[in-house]
Design a protein around this ligand. Structure first.
Ligand SMILES: C[S@@+](CC[C@H](N)C(=O)[O-])C[C@H]1O[C@@H](n2cnc3c(N)ncnc32)[C@H](O)[C@@H]1O
Length: 274
């Protein structure tokens, strides 16, 4: 899996500011759910280019510390480049299921669109909870249902329709794997957290045009980017046409831009007091 994410790291680096801007309000809600304040020690899991952790760096200030971690070294390299100028931020390469840190080391652990890719989401939460101090916070953002995220759903539909099978296959942990509040609640509770809460936050996505949307989104959707790159050019072209037709239907005009609906879930809980 990390090879796949390594291969799309350049696309994520090129689009990091777009992603951070798109998710700015939701990321603030994630940091609020994690109760991050000045001086905190924070771990970001599956950080990719580190956008959530870098936003947290502004909250913890110079007395706090942030570790941006990911199991794809190329993603961590992107995060390290973006962290230049933040002395309180460091980076680390590890899997969210095998965190290299002592028990109770952090005040908070955060994850933005990473938990759904864990080999075992419950054990990833359990591992995140292990490194949070007693009473500390764990907060994870996942995508809400595909139906309220057409900016990505119609792209996956276009690939599926092309081949007559669902994409990604139902047994694969794709972006919408943890799109349900009840499921997320049980994952966090089974992972050992108390006071678990889940909230939905709207994340509308703006683009200059349908063409600009099609240009950008496949670069970010890891497994999709890999699948598209492996296809014959004429097949890619047919998928592009399908996706752009569907994208035009699924978006609406907003001034000189187009906007798609988007929605995330933010799940959080507290590590048990000793
Ligand atoms: C959709 S990207 C999100 C990146 C970033 N958190 C953001 O919101 O901009 C998913 C990230 O999860 C990472 N990832 C996937 N499986 C992982 C695992 N088992 N352990 C750590 N990171 C993982 C990928 O390398 C990738 O950087």
């Amino acid at each position: 899996m990390s090879e796949m994410w390594n291969s799309v790291a350049p696309g994520w680096e090129a689009n990091a500011e777009f992603v951070d801007e798109h998710l700015a309000a939701a990321t603030d809600a994630l940091l609020d759910a994690a109760e991050i304040t000045e001086g905190d020690a924070v771990l970001e899991l599956a950080a990719g280019p580190g956008g959530a952790g870098l936003r947290a760096a502004q909250r913890v200030g110079p007395k706090g510390s942030i570790v941006l971690s990911d199991d794809a070294p190329e993603m961590v390299a992107v995060a390290a480049r973006r962290a230049i100028g933040y002395p309180q931020v460091s980076t680390a390469v590890f899997d969210q299921n095998e965190i290299i840190a002592e028990d109770g080391h952090f005040d908070a652990v955060i994850s933005r669109h990473g938990l759904m890719f864990a080999e075992d989401a419950v054990s990833a939460v359990r591992e995140g909870t292990r490194v949070v101090c007693p009473g500390g916070r764990f907060a994870a953002m996942t995508w809400g249902p595909r139906s309220v995220n057409p900016w990505l759903g119609v792209v996956l539909d276009a690939v599926g329709e092309q081949f007559g099978v669902p994409f990604p296959p139902p047994n694969i942990r794709g972006p919408f794997y943890l799109d349900d509040s009840a499921l997320l609640t049980s994952v966090l509770e089974e992972g050992g957290l108390d006071d678990v809460q889940v909230q939905a936050v709207e994340t509308p996505m703006h683009h200059a045009s349908v063409e600009a949307w099609w240009e950008r989104v496949p670069q970010l959707a890891g497994p999709l980017a890999t699948a598209l790159a492996a296809m014959e050019p004429d097949v890619r072209e047919q998928i592009a046409r399908r996706a752009m037709n569907a994208g035009a239907q699924a978006s609406r005009r907003d001034g000189d831009q187009i906007v798609f609906r988007g929605s995330v879930l933010i799940a959080s809980g507290r590590a048990p007091q000793d």
